[in-house]
Design a protein around this ligand. Structure first.
Ligand code: AMP
Length: 396
């Protein structure tokens, strides 16, 4: 079966067509600057990448452009739209309502709309993508796969904030966690690679990219994760503060004459690695700058590795042990030096790195711990699109 996987942002749309039997990507691409001017890219398997500026006033035109490219007589990978058997949509926030993936119905769309307060930038864009596909392919079954769903297994003590309880009851203010599709995929696959029984294992997944989070997965279930009500909490990120004393908000409002919204915009978009270094939010830029002697780039990296190691230590305590640590996403799956810097903090728990294997592992599944390490460590490339395609098939 051919599964079209759609990941809609407010002005972008990423897509892939995945053959569910072979799990190979038949084509993929990206629509950018939707609603502004529009830029389209398309790459068929084994073919040449095409790119063009193209007007996209809304997501409907973007979806239409994707469908036209997929069925193009020369470069398309499908003869007609009838060959799309199902569509899997990434949806960011499922609140407490969605504890797993669901077949999309009118009621589900209403449910996603109701959670929009919790993800005002993301959920409305996801709904626009869903509606655009429904309009153009009304008879193709569609599935919503939520970033938050995997973390719905967290116990109350992990997801409750120490606020007056009424705010949870009235407004559902709590930890939700994100990157769930990635944490689920990587922990399961990591367990397979390490020959662990997933249902009886203690795994810590470090999803380290521009956005970054750590999850404790015990017996196949997320029991704690570093992101919170929104993806702002937890690790230091490309442009996000991660954990910070909430009093800083009031202090900066007073000192700089800013509104709460302005301070939160700084926390989300101007902080993290970019804010501390003043150089870049990108790890590769920071490594280069630090090697050339830029102290603040070095400090930003030190802070990132230190906080990540602290979370791993905390989650080892939360599970009373750990069998396996997995590194994934842009930095985690590609950078031996970054993994080494984090793992240096963890010798106390018996982590021993196979330095050669670690430095060699980039973008492939690889064991990077030594044979006599008490905790196994793997690099495991994430594949959220494949995970969404698998969920979609499972629900059909
Ligand atoms: P993601 O958000 O998962 O796409 O990850 C993006 C981040 O991963 C960027 O900061 C990149 O600089 C970083 N990254 C990707 N490849 C490497 C690499 N080989 N070494 C260091 N950082 C990398």
């Amino acid at each position: 079966m051919n599964i079209l996987v759609i990941n809609c942002g407010s002005s972008s749309l990423k897509y892939q067509v995945i053959d569910s039997e072979t799990e190979l990507v038949k084509a993929k691409g990206l629509c950018e600057r939707i609603g502004i001017d529009g830029h389209f890219s398309y790459k068929p398997e084994g073919g040449i990448k095409e790119e063009a500026d193209a007007p996209m006033p809304s997501h409907t035109e973007a979806v239409q452009m994707v469908l036209d490219a997929l069925t193009n007589a020369k470069t398309g990978v499908l003869k007609s739209l009838d060959e799309i058997d199902a569509i899997g949509h990434r949806v960011v926030h499922g609140g407490e309502k969605f504890t797993g993936s669901v077949l999309i119905t009118d009621e589900v769309i209403r449910g996603i709309e109701e959670e929009s307060d919790l993800a005002p930038l993301h959920n409305p864009a996801n709904i626009i993508g869903i509606n655009a596909c429904r309009q153009l392919m009304p008879n193709v079954p569609m599935v919503a796969v939520f970033d938050t769903a995997f973390h719905q297994s967290m116990p109350k003590k992990a997801y409750t904030y120490a606020l007056p309880y009424e705010y949870y009851e009235k407004y559902k203010v709590r930890r939700y966690g994100f990157h769930g599709t990635s944490h689920s995929f990587v922990s399961r696959h990591g367990a397979e690679l390490a020959h662990l029984d997933y249902g009886n294992s203690k795994i810590i997944v470090c999803h380290l990219g521009n956005g970054a989070s750590v999850t404790a997965v015990k017996n196949g279930e997320s029991i704690d994760t570093s992101m919170g009500l929104t993806p702002l909490e937890g690790l230091v990120m490309g442009t996000r503060t991660g954990d910070i004393d909430a009093s800083v908000v009031e202090y900066l409002c007073k000192k700089e004459g800013l509104t709460v919204e302005e301070v939160l915009n700084i926390f989300n978009k101007k902080s993290g690695l970019a804010g501390v270094s003043g150089v870049s939010s990108d790890f590769r830029d920071l490594f280069s700058a630090s090697e050339e002697g830029d102290e603040r780039a070095g400090l930003a990296l030190d802070m990132f590795f230190y906080r990540t190691a602290k979370y791993i230590g905390a989650y080892a305590a939360a599970m009373n042990g750990v069998d396996l640590i997995c590194f994934t996403a842009g930095l985690g799956e590609n950078s031996g030096p970054a993994r080494a810097r984090i793992l240096d903090y963890l010798t106390f728990m018996g982590v021993k790195v196979d330095q050669e294997a670690n430095m060699a592992a980039s973008g492939v599944d690889a064991r990077i711990s030594a044979d006599d390490s008490r905790v196994m460590v793997y690099a495991v490339p994430t594949n959220e699109e494949l995970a969404i395609a698998r969920e979609t098939i499972a629900l059909l």
